[in-house]
Design a protein around this ligand. Structure first.
Ligand code: SF4
Length: 398
């Protein structure tokens, strides 16, 4: 059970029960929340500062309760549906999953006058249950299958990756596409700023520019609710702003490069005119992007579990080599899965072997880029900053 969703729903019992405004239904909030939480995780130093971690959780819990208090009603969970940054990751991953709450009878085509989501019914995340064809907003509460007021849904097993392979019939949406394309760069940037010498060099350049222009405010400590201020860590405004820019820059560069590469693969695999009704350029691009979910989500997992492996090494004696192999194998497995899913899509779009092969080769470039991106984080073979070299006991402070 998720404590965030539960608290938000509980707060709704006592709150204003307002109708959900249009601005809140914008799909992009989940992306914005994910970006804010990922960047705050760095500037509050949640890896090494328990107080920073507590602050971040406090912000998220407070927001979940406020949203529930104002907009929650009839066991609905507007927080989970529209804002939860963790829900965004889980929603995308659940599309790969083997379990699905699905209608017991055949799902009818959605009539033009009906909406795929409808408020105030049985489902806490507002699915119009009869027409449910995807899992991305399902929190697996089981209300529709096991509640008193059954809605005719059951829990079904399916082959892993089925929904992603059939994404054009499973409500793809632009915010998930943005998430799949841009989150690996953001997650990697959140790791690389800590270890790469490149970050230190740019930071030095910017600091020097401010000194040369007689502007020193940027070296002041940032407010403690935004940047960690502990006995060994003092984030200045320069640190907070440059970590943010650095992570966003990584996200943009990797995301845009992925768009270019996948567009090229899409262009190559374009079918004959007769088949273009389904596999238009846009639909094929969407389908190919979704097949990258395993690699994208694994990128986030590797970013998140960096501290876990550090603890396993220092406190439980796990060798660094074993930690490295586990991370590498996880990443390679996710890449193989992406390749397998992509192959299934490519096969459906075009029967021409040459076009299929070239398209797969291009997709491989995108996967290779992800491997290159995570190489320093996994293997540590990179021009590291002196601070990181001391931290990893590679050199002794002189
Ligand atoms: S399990 Fe059913 S009721 Fe619960 S969120 Fe999923 S679709 Fe909605």
């Amino acid at each position: 059970m998720c404590p965030l969703g539960a608290l938000s729903q509980w707060a709704g019992k006592f709150g204003f029960k307002r109708a959900i405004p249009k601005w809140m239904k914008w799909n992009g909030w989940l992306i914005i929340m994910f970006i804010i939480v990922t960047i705050l995780g760095q500037t509050l130093d949640v890896r090494d500062d328990p107080a920073g971690l507590a602050k971040l959780f406090l912000y998220i819990f407070a927001l979940a309760i406020i949203i529930g208090f104002i907009y929650g009603k009839n066991k609905s969970r507007p927080w989970c549906r529209y804002f939860c940054p963790i829900g965004k990751i889980l929603g995308v991953v659940s599309r790969l999953g083997m379990l699905d709450f699905r209608a017991n009878k055949a799902i009818p085509k959605l009539p033009k006058d009906k909406s795929y989501y409808v408020e105030g019914r049985l489902c806490p995340t507002d699915y119009n249950l009869r027409y449910k064809t995807d899992t991305s907003n399902c929190i697996s509460c089981g209300q529709c299958a096991y509640g008193k007021e059954k809605a005719g849904l059951g829990l079904y097993k399916r082959k892993a990756g089925t929904e992603v392979n059939n994404i054009l019939n499973s409500q793809p949406n632009w915010s998930e596409i943005v998430f799949i394309l841009f989150s690996p760069g953001l997650a990697a940037g959140g790791f690389l700023w800590l270890i790469l010498n490149q970050y230190e060099q740019y930071r030095q350049m910017i600091g020097t520019w401010f000194i040369n222009h007689n502007s020193f405010w940027i070296f002041n400590p940032a407010v403690s609710w935004l940047g960690s201020q502990t006995w060994n860590q003092h984030f200045s405004w320069l640190d907070v702003s440059f970590v943010t820019v650095y992570m966003l820059a990584y996200s943009l560069i990797i995301g845009l490069a992925s768009i270019l590469i996948i567009s090229l693969a899409t262009w190559v695999i374009q079918p004959h005119h007769s088949q273009r009704e389904i596999y238009t350029f846009k639909n094929t691009f969407i389908a190919l992007v979704y097949q990258n979910i395993p690699t994208a989500t694994l990128s986030i997992v590797i970013g998140l579990c960096g501290k876990f492996f550090e603890v396993m090494h220092h406190d439980f004696g796990m060798s660094l080599d074993i930690a490295m192999w586990i991370k590498l194998l996880m990443l390679l497995a996710s890449m193989l899965w992406t390749l397998q899913l992509t192959w299934q899509t490519v096969r459906r779009v075009n029967k021409n072997t040459l076009k299929r092969t070239i398209s797969m080769g291009i997709v491989l470039i995108n996967i290779g880029m992800m491997l290159y991106l995570w190489w320093p984080a996994i293997l540590g073979h990179a021009p590291m900053s002196e601070v990181e070299q001391i931290r990893q006991h590679i050199i002794t402070p002189g």
